[in-house]
Ligand binder design. Structure first.
Ligand code: ATP
Ligand code: MG
Length: 392
């Protein structure tokens, strides 16, 4: 019986042997889990393709929406399965692709035959299906180069599959295949994008957010948690550690040289994030820093900030322009939330003339005026944990 299915094409073709099996197993369990709330689906892998078969009327469209956000899937084919004989294949193509064919001008058929016992070669299959489509839709033209619509036929072990145009998947590697990292998540544009980029490389995320009530409002915190929920729709639930930061900022302001406020503050952030990261078994920190974007992100300032870090700090946005970051923010759906006008603790404490070339000895001297360890301990004692899950 013909049935609509999703074929998920896995990425990272360079992976071999055990790694590939691990990658596929991981992806299978993620796909199953993420689809479970929608209905019943049979999900299995054959030859680097994951099959998603809806059962008992489970929806295809919603499953597609979920699968587009799963890392490790490079492309998705929404296909019809049919028996492995040319009559059935041609008929399935003509009927299933009706809508597409009526809205296109040129097409091209491409066939793939992984079942080598099938009597026709791939070019022969493509030619026959192309002929059937031309008879059914005589207005159409075949175009070998630059056709508007690509019709695919795959003759696999289990059945034949017909679909038009592959849909882009999220790419990257399945969540969890590369461990876990701690994202310093502000309410801004850059850090959610940085989190997304690293999650795409197979990392589980946890988050740490520095919260300076009453300098920053409850809404500013909510905004950050909302951003974490958006990220969670790609990489699964994110535990966000909300760290009270007001006292640290007050002490810096009261005791230290103004042009070093930001860099002093950022060293506290890194130290605290690192303690939380170690406690939670995270192998790295992630920030949304971009070289030269603001005074605290000059090479010198990053150097001074980085001096307190022992864990690797992943900065995927370091070489990106703001426009490039914004483009990703729009694509992943965080931009609209990021630009909501709630203040961030960094902006509240921006000095009038921040030092763009801070020197470590001077910064260390300023820190002598503070009870660094005591302030860190106190902040850690006040941490609130919030689990952020994808909405809907
Ligand atoms: P973003 O858009 O991510 O806020 P930004 O361009 O505003 O970045 P900064 O404010 O200098 O840059 O912050 C640099 C990085 O430090 C952020 O990308 C984020 O990773 C981290 N950070 C800044 N503020 C906070 C905060 N309140 N809580 C957690 N992390 C923060
Ligand atoms: Mg910011």
């Amino acid at each position: 019986m013909n049935q609509e299915v999703l074929l998920l094409k896995c990425g990272e073709l360079v992976l071999k042997g055990l790694n590939r099996a691990r990658f596929e197993d991981r992806l299978l369990s993620i796909v199953r889990r993420r689809l479970s709330h929608l209905g019943e689906y049979e999900v299995y892998a054959i030859q680097s393709t994951l099959y998603v078969e809806p059962k008992n009327g489970a929806p295809v469209e919603e499953a597609l929406t979920v699968c587009r956000k799963i890392f490790g899937v490079v492309a998705i084919c929404r296909a019809i399965s049919c028996p492995k004989d040319m009559d059935s294949i041609c008929q399935a193509a003509v009927e299933y692709l009706k809508d597409t064919m009526e809205h296109t001008g040129t097409f091209r058929c491409q066939a793939k035959r992984s079942d080598k016992r099938f009597p026709l070669t791939s070019p022969e299959i493509a030619r026959q299906v192309g002929g059937a489509l031309l008879s059914a839709y005589p207005r159409l033209k075949v175009k070998m180069d630059g056709a508007q619509t690509q019709v695919h036929i795959e003759v696999r072990d289990k059945a034949a599959f017909v679909y038009a145009d592959r849909i882009h998947g999220a790419g990257g590697m399945p969540t969890g295949t590369n461990g876990k990292a701690m994202l310093l998540l502000s309410g801004g544009i850059d850090s959610p994008v940085a989190g997304y980029m690293m999650a795409k490389r197979g990392l589980y995320l946890e988050g740490v957010h520095f919260f300076s009530y009453p300098y920053t409002s409850e809404e500013a915190k909510e905004k950050t948690l909302h951003l974490a929920r958006i990220l969670a729709s790609y990489c699964g639930p994110i535990k966000v550690h909300v760290v009270p930061f007001t006292e640290i900022q007050d002490q810096i302001r009261k005791n230290c040289q103004e042009d070093l406020f930001t860099v002093l503050m950022r060293r506290f952030m890194m130290r605290i994030a690192q303690r939380v990261a170690r406690r939670q078994d995270c192998g790295a920190l992630i920030t949304g820093e971009s070289l030269g974007q603001v005074a605290s992100q000059t090479m010198e300032a990053i150097g001074v900030t980085n001096a307190v870090c022992e864990l690797p700090v992943l900065r995927p946005a370091i070489g990106m322009d703001k426009e490039e970051i914004v483009l990703i923010a729009r694509q992943i759906g965080t931009f609209e939330t990021s630009i909501l006008p709630y203040e961030d603790c960094c902006t509240v404490f921006t000095p009038r003339h921040p030092q763009t070339k801070p020197k470590l000895p001077k910064v260390l001297e300023e820190e002598q005026k503070l009870d660094v360890e005591g302030l860190i301990q106190k902040a850690l004692e006040g941490v609130e944990q919030v689990i952020c899950k994808a909405e809907g």
